[in-house]
Design a protein around this ligand. Structure first.
Ligand code: ATP
Length: 390
């Protein structure tokens, strides 16, 4: 689990000066079940932060505690230096956008967005609503009712209605879940644009890894109530620290191996009788055995003995067992001499040989692309596909 600092007396000063959202030892139990377990998390102000994990891992419960809709069993929530753990939901500078847009059907779009301002008897309602509708590109729809808009447009109204309150933090709970794939993709771009424009902190909860990776600056991968790993999307993808993260973010080949040497920057592994090396900086095990991880698109495929562009890790003796041709790429399953099938994604750029089922091949990869995970972990965790030993 990722930890982000403690609270000593000088730490308390830092707590007070931190201008983002800070969760400390946040726990929520329902009877005997712990949905969120001792969570420590810092969300920098102005970031687009994604809380990513499978169904039931505790994402929504975490979000609901931040919103004040759920009372923590223990722990604290500090926003811009203020402890808001016990603050009433409507007094928190936090707004939530849900998957169900919860718009008022009898009010037009303008009045839906204006609702909060009118209730607070705020001035400049006309200009503020207009500005917000322009931001979400719904100016021309201002006098329509929600039922006359598409799902994506309704979602943008919900967004405008939340943003107009100028919250410190905007919480988005699977906001695109009800949209079809194409609309979801365009809303992802739209949401990112809006977040950049308004510069507010967005916390986006999703179980869709692609959605989290494409939109967020920082992704926290959650599993069983704890954060397994947190970082920039590319860091998590390239350097996962657990089999769960490796399998949850994209696809991974995980092959069992024994550590035979550690020297300087390199860990040498015996992988079913073949020596392979892994960068020490990507080694996340101290035990004698590990899972050697390699992404399918990092594996090169060639005919036996073909010189491949990957000094160091060449694995002979493969047989192609499945070929899927996608035009831009070809995806293979290759059975290795030890019986495991590895996935290979080949980009069809330039002159490449397309292999067929039954062909004998050799695989290779550059050592710097591999990572090494603790063997004590279950290699199938988070996986819904082949690629791991056993
Ligand atoms: N009010 C409640 N009473 C009892 N158990 C609850 C309650 N709310 C949530 N849980 C349980 O806590 C766990 C985490 O739920 P949560 O809704 O936070 O998960 P999630 O990661 O958001 O999943 P999903 O993506 O399916 O919404 C689940 O096992 C859920 O059944």
């Amino acid at each position: 689990m990722e930890r982000t600092g403690g609270s000593t007396s000088s730490g308390e000063d830092r707590e007070a000066s931190y201008d983002g959202l800070r969760l400390r030892a946040l726990t929520k139990s329902f009877a005997t079940f712990t949905a969120v377990d001792d969570l420590d998390l810092d969300v920098p102000r102005g970031s687009f932060f994604a809380l990513l994990g499978p169904s039931g891992c505790g994402k929504t419960t975490t979000l609901r505690m931040v919103a004040g809709l759920e009372t923590p069993t223990s722990g604290s929530i500090v926003l811009a230096g203020d402890d808001i753990t016990a603050t009433k939901p409507y007094q928190r500078p936090v707004n939530t956008v849900f998957q169900s847009y919860a718009l008022f059907p009898h009010l037009d779009i303008f009045e839906n967005v204006a609702f909060g301002l009118r209730r607070r008897k705020q001035k400049n309602v006309e200009s503020e609503v207009k500005e917000m509708l322009d931001l979400v590109e719904l100016g021309p729809q201002a006098r329509k009712r929600p039922a006359q808009l598409s799902g994506g447009q309704q979602q943008r109204v919900a967004l405008a209605r939340a943003l107009i309150n100028k919250p410190e933090v905007l919480l988005l709970d699977e906001p695109l879940g009800a949209l079809d794939l194409k609309l979801r993709r365009s809303m992802q771009i739209e949401l990112k644009r809006i977040q950049t424009e308004v510069g507010l902190t967005f916390i986006h909860v999703t179980h869709d890894q692609e959605e989290a990776m494409t939109m967020a600056d920082t992704v926290a991968v959650m599993n069983k109530g704890v954060i397994e790993q947190m970082g920039a999307p590319a860091d998590l993808y390239e350097n996962p620290r657990s089999t769960f993260v490796a399998n949850f973010l994209g696809q991974s080949n995980l092959v069992e191996g024994a550590v035979v040497g550690r020297s300087g920057d390199v860990v040498t592994m015996d992988m079913h009788g073949i020596a392979v090396s892994v960068p020490a900086g990507r080694s996340h095990t101290t035990s004698e055995r590990g899972w050697i991880g390699i992404r399918p698109e990092k594996v090169l495929i060639g005919a036996p003995g073909e010189a491949l562009d990957a000094p160091g890790n060449t694995i002979p003796g493969g047989v192609v067992t499945d070929v899927s041709f996608f035009g831009v790429s070809t995806q293979y399953l290759v059975r290795m001499p030890w019986g495991q099938e590895l996935q290979v994604f080949q980009q069809n750029t330039g002159r490449v040989t397309i292999f067929r089922t039954g062909d004998r091949v050799e695989l290779s990869w550059r050592p710097e692309y591999a990572f090494l995970l603790d063997h004590a972990q279950d290699a199938s965790a988070g996986a819904d596909k082949v690629g791991a030993d056993g």
